[in-house]
Design a protein around this ligand. Structure first.
Ligand SMILES: [Zn+2]
Length: 767
């Protein structure tokens, strides 16, 4: 092909790309899109490193461009005057083309007062060379200036470049003019706000925005996190919002993401990335993609170019800071599948067990590089989840005693692992880092939450509590939350047929009060959610206030209460009543105020669910009356009270046996002789089951747990007793006359079925 043909072909190709770009500009519906998204591809068109689009502010005689720096929008304002490149271009209305911005002679030749402001370059390490400025006009009004910087070939911008830049500037002027006109006519007077999407979709309102701005944690963890954590904004909504705001893609954490080549990662230390909130992410078509908390921050963009000079094009993608941190952890610590491979003992053998004293200086206590600690904590959590552990206890001891890690399974604590004493500070610190707690604070207890999917391959949440102990040490207790877990199906609750039927009848009432009671860890929340799942339909508006939200259900509006900041159960209840609910669930009636509002709401047409920390169903009534709850209101409201316990379930390795005469006698007496007679069970037919032990149950003989229940109904005679503030014994007798089997009786019946054994029943039902 002759060279001139080749050149022509290139020009045609170039022209086509320009036309595409111009079409793209005209289809943009907001300024943000033009200034942020299209901008970069325009730079590509000119083989330029950067482009800045200035808009003219006629009133102030300034050119203004918005640049993100850190978490704030910074405005670059340049006076329209003959002293700066863009200002000169705007003032004279002509294109200027500079070969080297640092050459004072060349600048003087263009305009006698022209200077180049090097402060930005100095701050970022960027080196400006070629500069091409073209003015944007629409019908003789100055719209702004397009400034194109650094030709990647290192040669000056050509006359063709100028022609095309002018064409582009014309299209941009028209598009920007149209957008301005549109926004005025549609009275979009609200300023371009970071959270416009959330505001427009009514996900938050101005009041929430104001509150979040003033929130105590905003300075420390940032407004985005505060909006999600304290004001119920979902990650998805916020990500969508920020993606629109930044005009870039926005990614979440994906533990399966393949890390970059080591060489690229080695150039920056993870400590620095954590401070600056970015991480190299992937290379696609020769473009290095960086994820950054603020993808429009030009200063960081330039700094990164400095680190990776071989990449002419670097593209920034937005991500939440916590996700960036997770990627840094993933890329720098996990290596090739490090988080999941190896046993806990392999990891512990990697720990340094030499006998030198631990350096207890804060800054050195946990270096984020200490990947074995990172993997060890991950492994502890993953093992816990796999073994269906409810709580993990990290217990350091003074002196040179090992750190003990215990785990609670089916209600029992067992020693899981011992870890060399040297790590007694490092492990709690790592856990605190994972939930964003202050690692330097070791004298006060702290609470936090770990969203483990950001650190490892499991989607599980852990609630963390630190407890300062003697010798400046800290115990850590992590509760594995059944987060994201759906409600247990109602028929899996293990209710007897009578209890199941009666409870279903109650929860299908239009209003009234349903209480589930028992000590901590008796499965109250599981039962409540399971019951609510039965009536969770699109026609029913259900609000829940919980502490913490452990089980999630689609369709429910679930709210986390924060008693410490005054958002108590009572406060949540009051706010629900303004939100037109059909069904309300209040995590716990801890105090008279909550109980009163709960009762009143149930009398004004709402079905109210709650829990109480009482031992039995009859005791719940006397407890509430002792709180001076109005007995008339309460008796009108009450539908039923379900008391509950969890007993360990026998493993399939159990064996049946025929109890002795004495055993049967004791059992019948424990059940209640008269009550037992009414069951119609023939004493000689009774068979019981014994725990044995096998590999499946870890030789314990038990696997999983089982609910034991007593269900008291709000029958008319019961209501009369409540109004009279009757004694607990009278209430119990009435409840049994209404068909209630006590917790103990329910347990004994479940022993006959081989579900559990008497030892378990006696342990969880004291009386
Ligand atoms: Zn077994």
């Amino acid at each position: 092909m002759p060279p001139e043909m080749d050149a022509l072909k290139q020009q045609l190709e170039y022209r086509k790309r320009l036309t595409d770009k111009i079409n793209e500009i005209h289809s943009a519906d907001n300024l943000g899109t033009i200034l942020l998204t299209i901008k970069d591809s325009i730079a590509a068109l000119f083989d330029a490193e950067r482009i800045t689009i200035y808009l003219a502010d006629g009133k102030r005689n300034m050119l203004v461009s918005k640049v993100m720096s850190g978490s704030e929008v910074k405005q670059i304002a340049v006076p329209i005057s003959d002293s700066s490149l863009s200002g000169y271009c705007a003032l004279t209305g002509t294109a200027i083309n500079i070969k080297d911005a640092y050459d004072p002679h060349e600048l003087k030749m263009t305009g006698s007062n022209l200077k180049f402001d090097v402060s930005w370059d100095k701050k970022t390490g960027f080196r400006t060379r070629q500069v091409l400025c073209v003015p944007m006009h629409f019908q003789k009004t100055l719209i702004g200036v397009v400034q194109i910087i650094n030709h990647e070939t290192g040669t000056p911008f050509s006359d063709t470049d100028i022609t095309y830049a002018m064409e582009l500037a014309t299209s941009l002027s028209i598009a920007i003019h149209n957008i301005y006109r549109l926004s005025v006519t549609s009275k979009v007077v609200r300023q371009q706000s970071r959270y416009n999407y959330l505001l427009d979709k009514n996900i938050i309102d101005d009041k929430v925005l104001e509150k979040a701005t003033l929130h105590a944690d905003t300075a420390r963890i940032g407004m985005d996190t505060v909006l999600m954590r304290e004001f119920g904004v979902s990650r998805e909504d916020l990500a969508r919002n920020l993606s629109l705001y930044f005009g870039t893609e926005f990614v979440g954490y994906e533990p399966a993401a393949p890390p970059l080549e080591d060489e690229l990662l080695r150039r920056v230390k993870p400590e620095r990335l954590v401070k600056e909130w970015w991480v190299p992410f992937k290379i696609e078509n020769g473009i290095l993609h960086i994820i950054m908390d603020d993808p429009t921050d030009l200063a960081r963009h330039d700094m990164i170019k400095f680190i990776y000079p071989e990449y002419k094009r670097i593209s920034c993608i937005g991500a939440f800071r916590e996700d960036i941190r997770s990627y840094i952890d993933l890329f720098y610590h996990h290596g090739a599948g490090g988080a999941t491979s190896g046993s806990i003992n392999d990891l512990i053998s990697k720990l340094d067990d030499s006998d030198e004293p631990e350096v207890e200086i804060e800054s050195r206590k946990v270096s984020e590089q200490d990947s074995v600690i990172v993997q060890l904590v991950n492994k502890i959590i993953m093992d816990a989840v796999q073994n269906k552990v409810s709580d993990i206890h990290i217990e350091p001891y003074p002196g040179k005693e090992d750190v003990i890690v215990r785990m609670r399974v089916d209600g029992r604590c067992k020693v899981y692992q011992r870890i060399p004493y040297k790590y007694k500070a490092a492990i709690p610190s790592r856990i605190k880092i994972m939930c964003g707690l202050d690692i330097s604070e070791r004298r006060k207890p702290q609470d936090g939450k770990i969203d483990f999917k950001k650190f490892g391959p499991l989607d599980v949440e852990l609630r963390v509590a630190t407890v300062p102990t003697a010798g400046q040490l800290e115990d850590v207790v992590m509760r594995v939350l059944a987060s994201g877990e759906s409600a247990l199906p109602f028929d899996k609750l293990g209710l007897t047929r009578r209890n199941s039927r009666e409870l279903l009848a109650c929860i299908n009432q239009p209003y009234g009060l349903v209480l589930v009671v028992g000590p901590t860890g008796s499965g109250k929340t599981t039962t409540l959610h399971s019951a609510i799942s039965v009536i969770n339909t699109p026609e029913t508006k259900i609000w829940t206030a919980e502490d913490p939200v452990e089980i999630t259900q689609r369709g429910l509006r679930q709210v986390q209460v924060h008693p410490r900041i005054g958002f108590t159960f009572a406060a949540a209840l009051r706010s629900f009543l303004r939100a037109d609910p059909d069904v309300i669930m209040v995590g716990e009636m801890r105090d008279r105020e909550t109980a009163e509002i709960g009762v009143e709401s149930s009398l004004t047409g709402h079905l109210v669910f709650s829990t109480l920390h009482t031992n039995s169903a009859p005791e719940t009534i006397t407890r509430l009356l002792d709180m001076e709850l109005d007995p008339f209101n309460f008796s009108d409201a009450i539908l039923c009270i379900l008391a509950q316990r969890l007993a360990r379930r026998l493993c399939a390795c159990k064996v049946e046996y025929r109890p002795t005469g004495k055993e049967i006698e004791d059992l019948i007496q424990e059940y209640g002789t008269d009550a037992f007679r009414r069951t119609g069970i023939e004493p000689t037919d009774i068979r019981l089951y014994r725990a044995v032990g096998c590999p499946v149950c870890g030789d314990s003989g038990y696997k999983g747990r089982l609910g034991l229940h007593e269900l008291l109904l709000g029958t008319d005679p019961m209501k009369v007793l409540i109004k009279r503030k009757s004694e607990i014994e009278a209430i119990r007798r009435q409840a049994m006359a209404d068909g209630m089997t006590t917790l103990k009786q329910d347990g004994i019946l479940k022993c006959f079925q081989g579900l559990t054994d008497l030892k378990e029943v006696r342990k969880v039902c004291i009386k």
